[in-house]
Design a protein around this ligand. Structure first.
Ligand code: GLC
Length: 530
């Protein structure tokens, strides 16, 4: 049976506000994306994911939706969406749109109606509750953006739930009007030709009914509180029925459309990634640069999804996390590691999601506090810097104002020298990060029909990971010194120019990875790090 198109596909996340600006307002837009789609095609991706472009007050940059079936005028209109989709399809790129079902904007007509009167029926579509005491919210849940997950409604009578910003009231999925409305929204975009959805905070739609106090965890990575599924605030059983229904809807189109869930905890992926629910859930590798931790993370996600047709969806970056180059050490070391990490992950079975700018080796941008826009920065009174640093617009052309992103200063400032990493400059340089990404994606595509869906770890010195997948051998050196391995195989691709293979021995510079193609059976590794 031929595989569905999305199996093992490479997706490219377009952060709409920062990709390309066509009308000179310093904000990316849909026509800007349409005119730069060749970049994504030339990179070798199979599909794009567009972050929310719907009408929105932009309190969380589009994740606060006030109308799910239109386009924010800043970004264009529905015809611009249709043109983008048509051009993408001409270039053989599928298009996923982002659906935000957990919450609306507080400017959504439903919420606006809800707060007009205490008996307004639209209140049932959100979570309104009485305070515990005059000044204390209904329970102890906290918002992922800082502070309590409850705010007083304008009349002051009751409080409403928001797991994110106060301008993002959570919908009450126990109310049948809510799932019904989202089915209509799914059809709206699928009828227009969208190839599927990325589902925002996909495990959180139903909250435990009793709204009881629960313990919260603090993420060791972000320092932010988060709702752990073990505490059963989210991940409620009726959510699976919703996704069963969505899968039926997706299957009703030809070819079937796909559903990708943002589900943070890989231990829960198996509940959702089953033949009658979602197709994919992100496995974000967010570990520091350490071979054992990366192996554990990769194995954790592989173990979680072993059912038929299920496999991890690898990603190293998105618009919510510090850019990999910076996370992995910054500067030339961070960039070398990010290039190596790409080979490690691209060799694995499963889908891969890239985030715009990863192919340019962009770093997290530092910016002055007055320029910051992320609600996390404001909600934590500046204690957390927020996510603006990974959202700075893309540099397209070296030496041009605003690096060719826009004729106007961009909505987030570009650091000095940002244009040195521009697409045109890197396209012309054989050893650039962009050239590396293009080579790696092309090699993966070329090998795709020959690679089985399983890998075997190979013996390797401490600090080095190596696995084989059919004829492909992937080795990644996490050490800050060179390593030598006897793996057999002919060197196909390397993240560092000095990688070399001679008489079956691979020389891997510090912080680099390579792909080898098997020519003979592997032998035991010689020599550890050298
Ligand atoms: C998701 C999005 C993030 C957004 C949040 C609330 O995690 O990726 O950007 O702030 O949901 O919608």
């Amino acid at each position: 049976m031929p595989q569905p198109w999305w199996r093992n596909a490479v997706f490219y996340q377009v952060y709409v506000r920062s990709f390309a600006d066509s009308d000179g307002d310093g904000i990316g837009d849909l026509p800007g994306i349409t005119s730069h789609l060749e970049h994504i095609r030339d990179l070798g991706a199979d599909a794009i994911w567009l972050t929310p472009f719907y009408p929105s007050p932009q309190k969380d940059h589009g994740y606060d939706v006030s109308d799910y079936c239109d386009v924010n005028p800043e970004y264009g209109n529905l015809e611009d969406f249709d043109r983008l989709l048509a051009r993408a399809h001409e270039l053989r790129l599928k298009v996923l749109v982002d659906i935000v079902p957990n919450h609306t904007s507080d400017q959504h007509p439903w919420f606006q109606a809800a707060i007009t009167a205490p008996d307004n029926p639209f209140r049932e579509r959100y979570h309104f509750a009485n305070p515990k005491t005059a000044e204390a919210p209904p329970n102890n849940w906290t918002s992922s953006f800082g502070g309590p997950a409850w705010s007083r409604e304008p009349s002051g009578k009751q409080w409403y739930l928001h797991l994110f910003a106060p301008e993002q009231p959570d919908l009450n999925w126990w109310n049948p009007a809510v799932p019904k409305e989202f089915e209509r929204i799914l059809h709206f975009w699928l009828d227009r030709g969208a190839d599927g959805f990325r589902i925002d905070v996909a495990a959180a739609l139903f909250k435990r009914r009793d709204l009881a106090d629960r313990p919260f965890l603090i993420s060791p990575v972000t320092g932010m509180p988060h709702f752990d599924s073990d505490f059963a605030i989210i991940d409620q059983p009726p959510l699976h029925d919703v996704y069963r229904r969505w899968r039926q809807i997706a299957n009703g189109y030809e070819p079937a459309r796909v559903l990708v869930g943002e589900i943070f905890d890989p231990r829960h992926h198996a509940q959702y990634i089953v033949p009658d629910q979602l197709h994919m859930a992100f496995a974000l590798i967010h570990q520091r640069w350490n071979a054992a931790l990366w192996k554990r993370s990769i194995d954790g996600s592989r173990r979680a999804l072993q059912g038929p047709g299920a496999g991890p969806t690898w990603t190293l970056a998105n618009h919510d996390v510090v850019r990999p180059v910076t996370r992995l050490g910054g500067g030339s070391v961070g960039r070398a590691r990010a290039r190596a990490a790409l080979l490690l992950v691209l060799g694995l079975p499963g889908q891969v999601f890239l985030y715009q700018g990863e192919e340019l080796g962009l770093e997290e941008a530092d910016m002055p506090d007055p320029a910051r826009q992320d609600p996390i920065f404001f909600r934590t009174a500046g204690r957390m810097k927020g996510r603006d640093g990974c959202r700075v617009p893309l540099p397209w052309r070296r030496g041009e104002p605003n690096a060719g992103f826009s004729t106007a200063p961009p909505w987030l400032p570009m650091p000095a020298g940002w244009d040195r990493l521009a697409v045109d400059a890197q396209a012309a340089a054989a050893n650039s990060t962009l050239a590396h990404f293009r080579r790696a994606l092309a090699a993966r595509k070329e090998l795709s029909g020959r690679l089985p869906d399983r890998i075997t770890w190979l013996p390797a010195p401490e600090g080095v990971l190596a696995y084989e997948r059919g004829p492909l051998i992937v080795a990644c050196n996490f050490l800050s010194r060179a390593a030598r391995l006897r793996l057999g195989g002919r060197l196909e691709l390397a993240s560092a120019p000095l990688a070399a293979e001679k008489e079956g021995i691979l020389h891997l510079p510090a912080n680099s990875a390579a792909w080898l193609l098997r020519v003979a059976r592997p032998q035991m590794p010689v020599a550890g790090a050298s």
